[in-house]
Each structure stands twice: as C-alpha cells, then as structure tokens.
Design a protein around this ligand. Structure first.
Ligand code: NAI
Ligand code: MG
Length: 536
C-alpha cells in the first residue's frame, strides 16, 4: 500500500473508514461535521486518546534514563494545548553521554562488526513490530502532533514499516567496486559506515522522519544519536524501544528529547559526531551547517523548507487538478515541507479553478483528529498557529482576495479554517514565505515560459506539481523546473526508493532510495601491487 500514492491511499482510506463508520447513530454526527467546517468537532469535547504514554525518559545506551539535570519539559495536545506528559529534557551533558554510547557501540560494539545479513534481520523484525503496534503508535502520533488518526494509522505507520524493510533489504547489498588501473595494481573500493551519525528531526512527521533517518544510517552499519523535535518526542521513544526488542545492541541508537538551541546545537557541534542529518527550517539548517563547519567538519545533509509551485495548464483535467492542488496544500494541516503552496493556474481556467478550489476547501472536514471522518486536525502549537494567522492577515492586507476561511476554528487548541486566497502575486509575503499551514494561494499565469520563470524565482527548490494532458509540456516543465521532485498529474507520491531533497535553499543531498546510502558511507580505495602482471 505504501508504494502507492499517498493521495489516493488517503482518499481511499477516508472513504472506506467513512463507510465503515456510517452506522445509524454516527451517520448524523458525521453529516454534521461534513456539512460545514465552521461547526466542526473542533468545538466539541476532545476524544480520549486510546493509548497511554509509556516512555518519557531519554534512551541512552539501551536504557531509559532521566536527564543529567533532572529537568523535564511538557509535550502538549494540539487539540487543547493541555499537557500530555512531562518528558526528560536532554541537554549538553545528555548529548555527551549519548554520543559516548554511540561511539563505543560503533568502535567496540557488535553493530558494524555483525554481518550485514544479521543487521538486516533486526531491521526486518523491527518493521514487523511496527506493524504489530500500529494502533498504539498511531494514537500517540495523533495525540502529540494533531494529525488525523486515519492518516497516521493507514498511511504513515505502514510507510514506516515499508521504509525499514526497504533499508533492511539494502543492508547486505552495500558493497564497493573493482576498477582497472593504468599500471600493475589491483584496485578496489570498500564502502564503510561513517561512524556516529547525529540526526535532528522536526515535528510534522515525527515517526516518518525518524525512520527516513535511522533506516539508511543503521543499514550501512552506523550508530546514531537522534534529537527529536521538542513538540513531538513520544513516538520515537516508543519505536526505539521496539527496535531494541528486535535485537538492536545497546548504544547503537540513542534518542535524546530536548530543545534545539541546547540538545540540538550540542549534537551539531559535537567533536565526536561524524555525520549530521537535519530536517527542519532553512534558518536552522544554516545554523547547524555552520556548527558542523566550526566543530569537526562533519558531513551534513539538509532537508529544508519549500514554496513549491503547483502548475495547472489550460489543458489540465480541472476537477482532478483542483482536488490534487487541495491535497497538495492542505495535507497534514499544510505542515509539509513540499506543500504545493503556490498554485499557478492558467488564465483561461482561472475563475473556474478558484470557484472549485474554494468549494472544496469549504467542504474540508476539520475537527478532532481522533474522529474517523476527519481530514484536518489542529496546527502543532500556539507558535505555529500564530505564525499562520499572521500570514493570513498579511495576505488580506496586501490585497489578495480571501475566498474562504481566514479564522481560528472553535476556541480551544490550534484549529484553523481551510483558507483560500485568489489574486495572489509574487510581491506578497504569502507567495514568498513558507507558511506551513492550511492557506492556499492561487496565482494566475498567461504562458508557460512565464510560469517557469516565476516558479523558479524562489530561493527554494524542493518540489513542483505539473498538471497537463500534453506529454511534451509535461516533459519540458519537468526539465525546466529547478526542484528536487516534479510530480506530473499527481502529488506527494512517496515511496522508499524515490529520492527526496531540495535544490537551492531547500537543502543539500537526498534522502530515501539508493541516494541516501551514500550519506552514511565512506568510500575507501584499496590499492595493491600485482605480483607479476605476466601471469594475468
Ligand atoms: P526548526 O527548524 O527550528 O526545528 C526543527 C528541528 O531543529 C527541531 O528538532 C528543533 O529542536 C531543532 N533545532 C532548532 N534550533 C536548533 C539549533 N539552534 N540547533 C540545532 N537544532 C535546532 O523548526 P521550527 O522552529 O519547529 O518551525 C519553524 C518553521 O520551520 C516552520 O514554520 C516551518 O516553516 C519550517 N519547518 C520545516 C520543516 C520541514 O519539513 N522542512 C519541518 C518543521 C518546520
Ligand atoms: Mg525553532
């Protein structure tokens, strides 16, 4: 399932769950929610999450431990802002302990010394355990993050298991080459793990980002220190425990919850970390790159922000384009680095598109993410909520036309109405900045050369969507756009083997697929003389 496009899987999952819950009693409840987002379940009492929080300590050297300082921080429920749990707060000393454990596991421990096949068996077992614990982990993810439970359980968790199986498959297929030399030498390359990988992840896809990062690192034989996002520490701790149950030796994966400027910065600037992988904002990406350079020149991969164009040509299937443009922007509450957040529509179909996009946004089902029929939950926290509301105000002030939405939904938590702006142009902040919220901006274009120039005139270059029925137009736009992924007549199609990453200020390097393996390997050339070339 995970190999299929998220959009179709998601809509199918939604339809089937909607059908399955349409028992008589729930039907009217459902109808009430479906009809109008402005009277959604956001205003109702939050559903009690069907899960208990088990793990709140740091996971260092195979054991759950308190932070060295004894400090804790609160992780909150985005539906209400209430505290879910107090979690051990890692800082410099904890990062030092975690890096020391990872160093020992790498230098002395069994992980890089195990056969690659043995490593792959542990990763496969972990994938099975993820499958077995899907309901519980998905519930934790929804509670901590606010994303629809259906999305977490039916798309993201299966995708996590899929990704782990993909990398388990790679573990014993990573090897070097032999090459000819201009002389009497035997030349080969060895592909070796780098050592201790530091990994810093964000809150928008907490468990997916966790497996995107640990998958290639562990398959290649590295050890890891993971710093999770302060907004969403819970699922990584749970999953890391499962990985130990699957047989991961102590110290190979250490998980430190905590804040960026303390624990995150300590990891990025640590002298004994050999490689850093970061996903988050471009602003913080610059900081960690600088810390890596100023400390020990550890190699860095960055997966950063975006302002991805979604181009609807005049010959596009408009209804499909409206639906996918809606999905491209609103999926995950608009909190996606690759969100299609500049919707460019050809002038000949612009008015029709705007009307339909507005109608679709009004129909969007927003409410308690634990309800089965929900498409959109709350934003992650008050900071992101305020940021998005500020952009909405800025859109109105700069003269864009607010077609629908624009307000908070309910009075509790961080719900925002699905918002659509038309008559947007590139001078406006809403067309320049990464909003990271449920705010669609629709721009008009006249010809393809013009839209390519406008789409590329951004410091970002993460992804793009192209909607056309003309193969030549599709191929030409795919080549002309300066982005890491072009989705043609589809969007947000992710699979383990498809590389993902950005041009320009959207990042450095690629994750997933074979490309990600090279981030976690050193290449060693081994050259030996031949005894007597005449024997060959
Ligand atoms: P952020 O980039 O500050 O946080 C991401 C991760 O980096 C978190 O684990 C955080 O603790 C860590 N971090 C923060 N400051 C650090 C530092 N000085 N040293 C080391 N690590 C540090 O993102 P934030 O503040 O959560 O969100 C701000 C904006 O960033 C969002 O509104 C959105 O536009 C963008 N963003 C993009 C993401 C993406 O997937 N590309 C994910 C999350 C946020
Ligand atoms: Mg921050």
């Amino acid at each position: 399932m995970a190999s299929q496009m998220i959009s179709s899987v998601f809509s199918r999952a939604l339809v089937s769950s909607t059908r399955s819950t349409l028992s008589q009693g729930r039907a009217c409840q459902l109808r009430r929610v479906v009809c109008r987002y402005s009277t959604t379940a956001a205003a109702e009492e939050p559903i009690t999450p069907p899960v208990k929080v088990k793990y709140t300590q740091l996971l260092i050297n195979g054991k759950f431990v308190d932070s060295a300082s004894g400090k804790k921080f609160k992780t909150n429920d985005p539906r209400t802002g209430n505290v879910i749990a107090e979690v051990a707060e890692g800082d410099v000393e904890d990062i030092n302990r975690a890096v020391a454990a990872a160093r020992k596991a790498f230098d002395e421990g069994p992980w890089p010394k195990m056969t690659a096949y043995q490593r792959s068996q542990i990763l496969l077992k972990f994938a099975d355990l993820l499958d077995q614990h899907t309901d519980e982990i998905a519930a934790l993810e929804t509670w901590d993050n606010g994303k629809p439970y259906e999305q977490a359980a039916k798309i993201e968790l299966p995708m996590c298991a899929r990704i782990m199986r993909y990398y388990a498959g790679w573990a014993d297929k990573i090897h070097g080459l032999t090459m000819p030399a201009d002389g009497p030498h035997h030349v080969q390359t060895l592909h070796e793990p780098i050592g201790v990988a530091g990994q810093i992840i964000p809150w928008n896809f907490p468990l997916l980002m966790f497996v995107w990062k640990i998958g290639p690192a562990l398959a290649c034989g590295n050890s890891v220190v993971m710093k999770t996002a302060e907004q969403t520490p819970l699922t990584a701790l749970y999953a890391a425990k499962l990985l130990h149950e699957a047989g991961l030796p102590d110290g190979v994966l250490n998980v430190v919850s905590g804040y960026g400027p303390t624990a995150g910065a300590a990891l990025a600037s640590h002298m004994d970390v050999d490689k850093l992988a970061f996903t988050g904002s471009t602003e913080t990406g610059k900081l960690v790159l600088e810390m890596a350079a100023k400390s020990n020149l550890k190699s860095v991969t960055l997966e950063l922000g975006g302002k991805s164009p979604f181009i609807v040509c005049k010959d596009a299937d408009i209804d499909k384009a409206v639906e996918l443009a809606h999905f491209a922007l609103f999926f995950n509450q608009g909190q996606c680095c690759c969100a299609g957040s500049r919707t460019y529509v050809h002038e000949s179909v612009y008015n029709e598109f705007v009307e339909k996009a507005k109608a679709r946004a009004i129909k969007r089902v927003v409410g308690d993410p634990f309800r089965k029929d929900i498409e959109q939950g709350p934003q992650i926290d008050s900071e992101q909520f305020e940021k998005v509301m500020q952009y909405i105000r800025s859109g109105i002030e700069s003269g864009a036309k607010l077609e629908t939405g624009g307000e908070q939904l309910g009075s509790k938590g961080f719900y925002i109405q699905p918002t659509v702006f038309s008559n947007v142009n590139e001078d406006m902040l809403i067309a320049k900045d990464e909003i990271f919220g449920p705010v669609q901006s629709i721009l008009k274009f006249k010809d393809l050369g013009e839209v390519v120039r406008r789409a590329n005139a951004s410091p970002y270059g993460l992804a793009a969507g192209v909607f056309t029925q003309d193969i030549d137009t599709a191929n030409t736009l795919a080549r002309a756009l300066r982005v890491g992924t072009v989705w043609v007549n589809c969007f947000d199609v992710f699979d383990a083997g498809i590389p993902f990453g950005g041009y320009k200020m959207s990042g450095q390097g690629r994750e997933k697929g074979i490309y990600s393996l090279m981030n976690y390997l050193q290449v060693k050339a081994v050259v030996t003389p031949l005894k007597d070339p005449a024997w060959l």
